[in-house]
Design a protein around this ligand. Sequence first.
Ligand code: NAD
Length: 297
Amino acid sequence: MTDVIDGNAVAQGIRDDLRASIDQLEAEDVTPTLATVLMSDDPASETYVSMKQDDCEEVGIEAIDVEIDSDAPAEELFETIDELNADENVDGILVQMPVPEHVDKRAVLEVIDPEKDVDGFHPENVGRLVAGNARYKPCTPHGIQKLLATAGVDTEGKDAVVVGRSDIVGKPMANLFMQKADGGNATVTVCHSRTENLAEKTRDADIVVAAAGVPEMIDGSMLSEGVVVIDVGINRVDADTEKGYELIGDVEYDSAKDKASAITPVPGGVGPMTRAMLLYNTVKAAGRQSGVDIELP
Ligand code: NAD
């Protein structure tokens, strides 16, 4: 029997546990606060930001919503970040990506105060993660670690194949898997668009994390019996539905499920975890900045 890992349920558990951490903060008159900054007219980005705000409200995190015209000068964004950096009431800052082309994305990531960088993308936080001393683990790979732990998958000594080498998923995932720590101690292979013989790599894997953004590129023929499959992909494909599209993963679910001992569905797998771990990082940030000693799930 394949274990279908229910990301919604695991994420709900994390949110429930976070409420206890938030109560500890509230007892010291600290309200964890996340500022989201949107500089985009993209409806998908608008939806992501409003979902993050709703998530905050649900658990008792205050959400500050900052919107900047997408054609405003870059300085306006940098000034906004400076103000939020200086605002003692703001614990976490999230600039929704992508920013417009006239704004230097790397510069944006570098000006956010690393203590408030709840995405974990500031170079200082990336460096700390690589050094095994993470301040804020990036939400998607951190969420995957939590999913695996909850599903009882021990990564120690396992062959983990990460498909994708982006800064937000593939690279930090590979780093977390190789850390000498719980949820790590795996032997890691990172595959990407230039990888030759991908199927040979994935067939050797005990754990496959698919984060390429290519619909259903990994099917059962590329997997070994008993593999654990984590599907990060969210691909919008045309479909005969009310919205005119559906969301599918990077894994061909039915054939992969036949081989897997455990698998995440799309939607309802990794996605809810990414959202929950943003709340986690925001609460952690509030604890760090207020000096209140909180317990985190
Ligand atoms: P990205 O486009 O930044 O990176 C994709 C990576 O996949 C690249 O490193 C590329 O080399 C690799 N790749 C592309 N085609 C490949 C191929 N044919 N074979 C092997 N490797 C290939 O994407 P990203 O931001 O890392 O996101 C990846 C996917 O995960 C997207 O579908 C995205 O929507 C989704 N995503 C989901 C969540 C979530 O919470 N579930 C979070 C972030 C991203």
